[in-house]
Design a protein around this ligand. Structure first.
Ligand code: NDP
Length: 286
């Protein structure tokens, strides 16, 4: 029987845990409240929705949140000056700049300006370097959420063949490092991979993060595999689908995440978790 991994339920469980820890932190530290600053440049409709969701999630768990909205023509210097001020701001433990940024702003300059201790997205090169070398760090939220989904679904990782389709800096590459650190044997595929189906069929754990609607077909998946679908694709008829052809793949898999309601809700839960951790570390060093 196929187990459908319920990302909404698991993310809610995690948010409840974070809320309880936040209350504890307030009591133990005479009032420290995790604070998240979210910056949005421009008015991309999808980005606005994501920012709103992050704000709502902060409210739900009892965080302090602050939103900075800049018009699309704001120059890089202005954004950098705001980041600099937030780096010094004791009420803010996490800084998130919503991507993508308008073309005239270099995302690398912005990410590198954030204090790594407040980089709750886990995109700063210092955090990526720490992940690579097995040190404590803020880990990128989507791959970290995938690891949580696997763990909380009782799926063993050690010794498994894991195949990731997609090698982006925010999903595929950090996920490769996280799975490797947990002793999986990991293969990362991309557009130049020859015979993708031959590689994906080897997977005990298959993660699709390509951004191509329903590209993983039933015959690309080994019987009994765990299938994690990161993709979010809007079809012409308005339907939201993942990178996995769910109806074909689910009968073959032991576990599978749906879209929506799989990986998606985990990303924000991990952002909250990283912000709480930043506040707790700050409380210890104050
Ligand atoms: P990117 O576009 O940055 O990267 C896509 C990767 O997939 C690239 O490495 C690309 O290869 C590879 N790829 C694309 N097409 C194919 C193909 N036909 N065969 C093999 N590899 C392929 O995407 P992101 O990592 O940012 O996002 C991936 C998907 O995940 C998107 O649908 C996005 O919306 C979703 N997403 C969901 C999140 C969530 O919270 N659930 C969070 C982040 C992303 P190459 O490098 O060769 O170009």
């Amino acid at each position: 029987m196929t187990n459908i991994i319920d990302g909404n339920r698991i993310a809610q469980e995690i948010r409840n845990e974070i809320k309880a820890k936040t209350e504890r932190l307030k009591l133990d530290t005479a009032g420290i409240v995790p604070g998240l600053a979210v910056m949005l440049v421009g008015d991309d409709p999808a980005s606005k929705i994501y920012v709103k969701r992050k704000e709502n999630a902060c409210n739900e768990v009892g965080f302090y949140s602050r939103e900075y909205k800049f018009p699309a023509d704001t120059d890089e210097k202005t954004v950098l000056a705001t980041i600099d001020a937030l780096n010094q701001d004791a009420a803010i433990h996490g800084i998130l700049v919503q991507l993508p940024l308008p073309g005239h702003i270099n995302p690398a300059h912005i990410i590198e300006a954030i204090d790594p201790a407040k980089d709750v997205d886990g995109f700063h090169p210092v955090n990526i370097g720490r992940l690579l070398t097995g040190q404590t760090c803020h880990m990128a939220c989507t791959p970290k959420g995938i690891m949580e989904l696997l763990d909380r679904s009782g799926i063993k990782i050690e010794g498994k063949e894991a195949v990731i389709v997609g090698r982006s800096n925010i999903v595929g590459k950090p996920l490769f490092l996280m799975l490797l650190a947990r002793n999986a044997t990991v293969t990362v595929c991309h557009t130049k991979t020859k015979d993708l189906a031959e590689v994906t069929r080897r997977a005990d754990i298959l993660i699709a993060a390509a951004g191509k609607a329903e590209m993983i077909r039933g015959d690309m998946v080994r019987e009994g595999a765990v299938v994690i679908d990161v993709g979010i694709n809007r079809l012409g008829d308005g339907r939201l689908v993942g990178d996995v052809a769910f109806a074909e793949v689910s009968p073959r898999s032991s576990h599978i995440t749906p879209v929506p309601g799989g990986v998606g809700p985990m990303t924000i839960a991990m952002l909250l978790g990283n912000t709480l951790n930043a506040a707790m570390v700050g409380a210890q060093t104050d």
